[in-house]
Write a protein that binds this ligand. Structure first.
Ligand code: GDP
Length: 366
């Protein structure tokens, strides 16, 4: 599955947020028996109103959302790249994730110690980023020595990897994170970048953790973070971990009422989960029938056979074709049969690139 790693300095609200996420996930677990929750990893359903719409139209008995994982990565302190604190464990954990959710303390509270003794989320972000960049630079420079030698000896693999390594090293030496390379990179080269297994190559989402009263409006700190993120082409969301912790304990109706009092339309966690999903460049397709309506996750750009493989490897191996209805057509026409009659159910082959919201029916040989 796809994983977002939650990072940030100590005492910024990571665990509070993570616990709220897993509490929500635990509440869902009763309905979705395949949900596994490890101590520092929580799988959560991706909130998607479209799934409920198509289930209603098709009269599906069961609704099964798609899921992504969040990992609580504790242990980042100044000096982590040098093995301070839980440094090494931290670095190992963060390498395994696909995207970074960076929690920044944007709330004042004299009772909660700030490790740096002041509230300055932009400076905190720089502290964390610096540790990650130092770790990347060290690891790249160590590996580059051999890769350069082998590339000179015309080793194919090394010749492919080296230019990306050198670009990454140059960026880091300028004090910039490797993720900046993602912008202008060809799709094939993204795999090379990801193969380097770096810390700062992951896309990042900044989460501004604010006091309850600032959840609807933000504050001067969140505005500073937004300006910083905009300059990096990163996104931000404003959340109050304290509110989320409370909401996670309430029933749906109670939660709605509580959120409305706070001037909020939906749980911040729903926004966080969706933002994490976008960050990972994931899209959703649906399968629907009288038994169940179900959402499935693939990376943007995935072709039909690989998308079918998410359901079962046999579907990919024996792929013949996919019958596809766009979500908008399915809803506008009122279901599969009507869409077929209107000529909106398309037969697509192996080269078809699955679109977000597609309703898919795969045909395959067993
Ligand atoms: P972590 O070290 O980043 O995982 O931080 P924790 O989630 O353990 O939070 C550290 C402390 O800050 C705990 O006592 C939390 O209750 C408190 N805290 C977290 N979020 C908020 C918040 O939004 N407002 C206030 N006032 N306290 C918070």
């Amino acid at each position: 599955g796809f994983k977002c790693g939650i990072v940030g300095l100590p005492n910024v609200g990571k665990s509070t947020l993570f616990n709220a996420l897993t509490k929500t996930a635990a509440a869902q677990a009763a309905n979705y028996p395949f949900c596994t929750i490890e101590p520092n990893t929580g799988e959560v359903a991706v909130p998607d109103p479209r799934l409920y719409q198509i289930a209603k139209i098709a009269g599906s008995k069961e609704i099964i959302p798609t899921r992504i994982s969040f990992v609580d990565i504790a242990g980042l302190v100044r000096g982590a790249s040098k093995g301070e604190g839980l440094g090494n464990q931290f670095l190992a954990n963060i390498r395994e994730v696909d995207a970074i959710v960076h929690v920044l303390r944007c709330f004042e509270d004299d009772d909660i110690t700030h490790v740096e003794g002041r509230i300055d989320p932009v400076a905190d972000a720089e502290t964390v980023e610096t540790e990650l960049m130092l770790a990347d630079l060290e690891s790249l420079e160590r590996r580059a020595v051999n890769v350069r030698k082998r590339a000179q000896a015309k080793d194919k693999e090394s010749m492919t990897v080296l230019p990306m390594m050198e670009q990454a090293i140059a960026l880091l030496n300028e004090g910039k994170p490797v993720r900046l390379l993602r912008k202008d990179i060809a799709h094939e080269d993204l795999a090379i970048l990801e193969g380097l297994n770096l810390l700062t190559s992951h896309p990042v989402l900044y989460v501004c953790n604010v006091a309850e009263g600032d959840a609807a409006t933000g504050n001067e700190h969140t505005r500073a973070v937004e300006a910083m993120a905009a300059a990096q082409g990163a996104s931000t969301i404003i959340i109050s971990a304290a509110i989320e912790a409370e909401v996670a304990q309430l029933s749906d109706d109670e939660a709605r009422e509580f959120l409305a009092e706070m001037g909020l339309e939906e749980p911040g966690l729903d926004r966080l989960i969706r933002a994490g999903y976008d960050l990972l460049h994931l899209i959703t397709y649906f399968t629907v029938g009288p038994k169940e309506a179900r959402a499935w996750t693939v990376e943007r750009g995935t072709k039909a056979p690989a998308a079918a493989g998410v359901i079962h490897t046999d579907f990919e191996r024996g792929f013949i074709r996919a019958n596809t209805i766009a979500f908008a057509d399915f809803v506008a026409l009122g279901g599969e049969q009507a869409a077929k009659e209107a000529g909106k159910a398309r037969d697509e082959g192996k080269e078809y690139v699955v679109q977000d919201g597609d309703i898919m029916h795969f045909r395959f040989n067993t």
